[in-house]
Design a protein around this ligand. Structure first.
Ligand code: SF4
Ligand code: SF4
Length: 379
């Protein structure tokens, strides 16, 4: 029995020994089950070019880029690897917006990114760092959406997606507007808060790019207890990628890669998934859920009722990582993840007013957990 039933059994265009292709929502595009996030490319251009070329050779056909990554060098580092490559390669660009963004400035950003990459068009362009709160900036007359629609009319952009870190409820609202062809969100064994949004995207025919499917390799670190608990007989990294790809609504698992070796390893894992034996998606989901319910004091459902905190603290984010730490034993994962919470949303802002606990339907002991998390995060 396969470890994870392959969610899509679409046509295999080529590289059928290792790479499968899935429909990218309703776009008509076929995307490789494994795609490459280009934010980890380094300073050695020889390595970068070889990495991108190797990925294409191995059947990866989706590359996520933006100008801002790698200290502004991301797309410069990708470009040489795209020279003389097949036209069906999907390169996504990404631009952010703010209240000052105009049609002109957003258009300029698209053109700049095309020029850096040396490509004639984007099969995908993403509105980056997006949130429901930024919808008015996108929609305003003479704004970013006008730029995108005109670029689509001219063939510079074929499809429009978005990415960001808003709440699952708000991202569901975003996709229900009908404005987007894809969304890109973090999704892996331990970051499942967007699962309902991903399922809704599947219903709506919106492509889903799952970011961080193996959590930058963190899932391979210190997960033995969890592996035992889940009854896995494959390495955690393999199980993690398999879990993401087994979700029938995920179009592609987008993993950051920076070397040929990393590409080869990930491609090999993706290729082995159907041959491995063990658990299926439903079974592993159920086991993960059971570990959650065993956590003393209850778990955060990420309902968001505790928000907004008067001090700006992003309570659900901390509660989810508390679960990952205490429930799943992912100490370094939780520490690393919470190290990236923006300053104005961190638990350092908390004045222990208790308002969040009063609003929490799970009656979670939020302040007590914050105390434990402070110890975890102490230098
Ligand atoms: S206890 Fe802290 S996190 Fe909760 S509402 Fe008050 S300030 Fe915000
Ligand atoms: S109200 Fe409670 S369960 Fe809901 S997101 Fe906040 S902490 Fe989590």
């Amino acid at each position: 029995m396969p470890l994870f039933e392959s969610a899509h059994r679409g046509p295999l265009h080529r590289h059928d020994e290792t790479m499968r292709y899935r429909e990218l929502g309703r776009t008509g595009l076929q995307v490789s089950a494994l795609s490459m996030g280009c934010m980890r490319l380094g300073e050695d251009q020889g390595v970068n070019t070889a990495t991108v070329s190797r990925a294409i050779e191995a059947g990866i056909n989706y590359f996520e880029t933006t100008r801002g990554y790698c200290g502004g060098q991301c797309q410069h580092r990708v470009a040489p690897g795209l020279v003389d490559q097949p036209s069906e390669i999907i390169v996504s660009g990404k631009g952010g917006l703010n209240p000052e963004t105009t049609e002109y400035s957003f258009r300029q950003e698209i053109e700049t990114q095309l020029e850096i990459l040396g490509v004639s068009h984007f099969k995908f362009y993403q509105v980056g760092w997006f949130s429901w709160g930024r919808m008015p900036h996108l929609l305003r007359r003479g704004g970013a959406l006008d730029a995108l629609r005109r670029a689509q009319d001219e063939g510079l952009v074929h499809h429009v997606g978005f990415t960001g870190h808003d709440t699952p409820e708000n991202f569901t609202r975003c996709i229900e507007t009908g404005l987007f062809d894809s969304l890109t969100v973090p999704y892996n064994l331990f970051q499942r808060e967007y699962e309902p949004t991903i399922a809704r995207a599947g219903e709506l025919g919106i492509g889903v790019v799952a970011m961080g499917p193996v959590a930058g390799g963190l899932l391979g670190d210190g997960c033995e207890a969890l592996e035992r608990e889940l009854g896995l007989d494959v390495p955690m990294v393999e199980a993690a990628l398999g879990f993401v790809l087994a979700n029938p609504h995920v179009s592609t698992a987008c993993s950051g890669m920076s070397t040929v070796a990393m590409v080869d390893e990930n491609v090999a894992i993706a290729g082995r998934l159907d041959a491995a034996t063990g658990l299926d998606f439903e079974s592993i989901s159920a086991r993960l859920d059971r570990i959650k319910t065993d956590l003393e004091g209850g778990v955060c459902t990420t309902c968001g009722y505790c928000q907004p905190c008067p001090q700006g603290v992003r309570v659900p984010r901390y509660m989810v990582e508390y679960l990952n730490w205490k429930g799943f034993g992912l100490e370094s994962w939780a520490r690393n993840s919470l190290g990236h919470v923006p300053e104005g949303q961190s638990l350092d802002q908390c004045n222990e007013c208790g308002e969040c606990e009063e609003k929490c339907p799970q009656s979670l002991p939020i302040r007590a957990r914050f105390e434990e998390l402070r110890d975890l995060l102490a230098p």
